[in-house]
Design a protein around this ligand. Sequence first.
Ligand code: SF4
Length: 338
Amino acid sequence: MNPFSYSRADTVHDAITALMSDPQAKLLAGGTNLVDLMKYDVVHPSAIVDISRLPLNQIEELPDGGLRIGALVSNSAVAYDPRVRRDYPLLTSAILAGASPQLRNVATTGGNLLQRTRCYYFYDPASPCNKREPGTGCPAIGGINRIHAVLGASDKCIAVHPSDMCVALAALAAVVEVEGPQGRRDIPFSEFHRLPGDHPEKDNTLSQREIVIAIRLEGGHLVNRGSYLKLRDRLSYAFALVSVAVAMQLIDDRIIELRVALGGVAHKPWRDILVEAEFAGAPADEATFGSIAERLLAGAQGRGGNDFKIPLARKAVVRALRQAATRRPADGPDRMPQ
Ligand code: SF4
């Protein structure tokens, strides 16, 4: 491990000032990913700025009936908040499908958004990797790529985003509040994470000098059905091979509004708003669910080891839509606690 300085920020302004004065500085909140990355010699910050005591640990009710979740609220606190469980049970299901209780007690909302890919090559400093060291290549293409992307990948990187929570936030059309030297701005969730393109070293659209402040969830309860389905190699403490979050408004068995986000298949939680719009007004039946799955996966491309994800994702989309439409809870550990 390389030497680094440690300081504690008392205000958001302090944290931003520290980022401005040292481009190699990293913010520490729960540390559940950053500390691993440092121990694996993947990242080498010159300074650690501890933001864990900033006043960003509240969940507030908004005038429109929505919620504003501070960036430092733990994943567990979000999952078990009675307002989240009542109005956004999809988010509770997704969070409880991820990590372990111990990790969820420490991991923060902001940190969940900023966690790095779990690509094996990324975590191995002896391997080339365009995300870790731009320009060195991507050994996952043509290598071991069972867990990698089938949508939106590039010839520079085929990594996937590992979060469960973010897949639900994408389906809930959340908004990310960030603050930097120029003040605060909102980033629609679908624009927060990015596809790899020619710059896979950039996971998101946050600038190096900005800090995540909060996540906002819309009120008004336009969505009356939701479901989160996670498929993985074992039933707990494993990242998704494929996951699906569905949020929709259903009236008289017709789809009024539809949002479907996929996890484990792309560099970001994957949504296709054109496909979603196509099915407004369609009957909520098996034929429609199958058509939605076909359309969402139409552009999918396997790389050999991950070819199985394409039919798996199609089936997962159908099952998640069926669960949402029939109000059947997810199976196994993804089931909401009573
Ligand atoms: Fe690196 Fe991305 Fe290739 Fe993995 S998929 S080795 S993270 S460039």
